[in-house]
Design a protein. Structure first.
Length: 180
């Protein structure tokens, strides 16, 4: 089930990226930013975005702490990134306006957070996603969503990026679970 959800999430995210690429190549027929609110393009892109982020959250929950990271490390860092990213994202929404943030045309904003970055909300989204990856300590949430994982090599001393076989090995946590 986890692999199926991971694949679905990756497909949805690739769909969002494909829509953005299409919009860059064919600006006269763009999908994002939408031509107006209340259009199919507006709802379609937001639906794909929300489903892909929702899938990312569920993947982290289903694979919770598969890396075996100590709670004292991952909780403060993860929560700080998630809360800080959300606070700054909503500051950016307030400075830009909810309508403009949602893809409608608006004035060029050059003060506040936009004084330092043209896309501060993307940076905050990255902080939120990174915070969730740290908090969930999930190999799948941290991986590049291609189904690849970091697994111990045969000698047990190094890590290799490879597709992990179903051999009872727990990814980065270490030893096979054979009772040893």
């Amino acid at each position: 089930m986890l692999l199926s959800l991971l694949i679905l999430t990756a497909v949805l995210l690739c769909g969002v990226l494909a829509i953005l690429a299409y919009s860059i190549v064919r600006p006269s027929k763009r999908i994002w930013p939408p031509p107006a609110q209340q259009t199919w393009q507006y709802y379609f892109v937001w639906l794909l975005t929300l489903l892909s982020f929702g899938g990312f959250i569920v993947v982290g929950l289903l694979d919770w702490n598969s890396l075996g990271w100590a709670a004292i490390v991952r909780w403060p860092i993860g929560v700080l990134l998630i809360v800080g990213g959300n606070v700054l994202a909503w500051v950016g929404v307030r400075q830009l306006s909810l309508k403009t943030t949602s893809g409608s045309k608006g004035p060029l904003v050059t003060d506040g957070l936009y004084r330092y970055s043209r896309n501060p909300q993307y940076l905050e989204d990255i902080a939120i996603v990174g915070g969730w990856a740290v908090l969930s300590a999930s190999v799948w949430a941290i991986s590049d969503d291609t189904g690849w994982r970091f697994c111990p090599s045969q000698d047990g001393d190094s890590l290799k990026r490879m597709s992990c076989p179903n051999d009872g090995n727990d990814g980065l946590r270490g030893e096979a679970q054979s009772g040893q």
